[in-house]
Design a protein around this ligand. Sequence first.
Ligand code: BGC
Length: 249
Amino acid sequence: MIVLGIDIGGSGMKGALVDTRTGERISERHRIPTPPDRKPESMAGVVKQLVDHFDHKGPVGCGFPTIVKHGVCISSGNLHKSWVGVNIKELFSEATGLPVTVVNDADAAGYAVMNYGIGKGKNGLVVIITIGTGLGSGAFFNGELLPNFELGQIPYKKYKKIEEWAAASAKEREELTFKKWAKRFDTFLRYVELLISPDLIILGGGTSKNFDEFEDYLTIQTPVIAAHLGNYAGIVGAAAAALHQAPID
Ligand code: BGC
C-alpha cells in the first residue's frame, strides 16, 4: 500500500510517499515549516498542502508530538494549548478529504523500528526512546504497540518533566558535553528500567546518531542499541501506523 507519511513536529511538518510493504520511501521528502501559531486550523492547512504537493489520493498516516488517544489530542506538548480535546483524525480527514490515521510521534518511530528496522522480530518489552526536543517513548510487547507511553514526563527534582533536563534540547541549551549530558540521560534510563523493566531499549531521534559518543557512559543493565534509521523514521513510521492502527482507532 502507498501511504503518505507525515511527521509533525513543533518546527517542521515533513511528508513523503512510503511503500508500507517494504518501508521504502518512494518520493523525495517535502518539508513545510510548522505555522508559528501551532494551532489546529493552520496546521491542518499544512497537512492539506502536503497532500496537494504529492497529489496524493490514498491513505495518510501522521505522527503527532502529543498524547493521541483514538485520534484525539490529550496533551498539548509543545503545540498550542487549544489542541487539547481536538479530534486530530477528523480535523485532518476533513481538511484533506482522505482517510487519516494519527498516532504519537514516538509510537510512529517505534512502528518504523519494529517493522522495518533493528527491532523487527524482537519479542518481550521493547521500548523506543526518541531523543530530540523532548524525550518521546514508544513501547512494544511482542511486536504490538502499547500506545502513549510518556516516560519523558516523569517529574525530576525541580523539573516538571525529566525531558526538560535530559533531552537533546537541554544539551544544546546548556552546551553540555556528551559526557555531562549522558549522565543525565542515564539517570532517565535508570527510572525507565526501575519502572517498567524492559527487555531492550532502542534509541531513535537525532542524537541517537551519536550513540558511540555516549554509549560508554550508560550504566543500566538493560541492553541499549541505536535504531540507525536516519531522518526518515518519523515519516516511514507514520505511514506504517496507517496499516497498524485501524483496529484500535
Ligand atoms: C511529548 C510526547 C512526544 C515527545 C517527542 C514530548 O514532549 O509529551 O508525546 O512524543 O515530546 O515529540
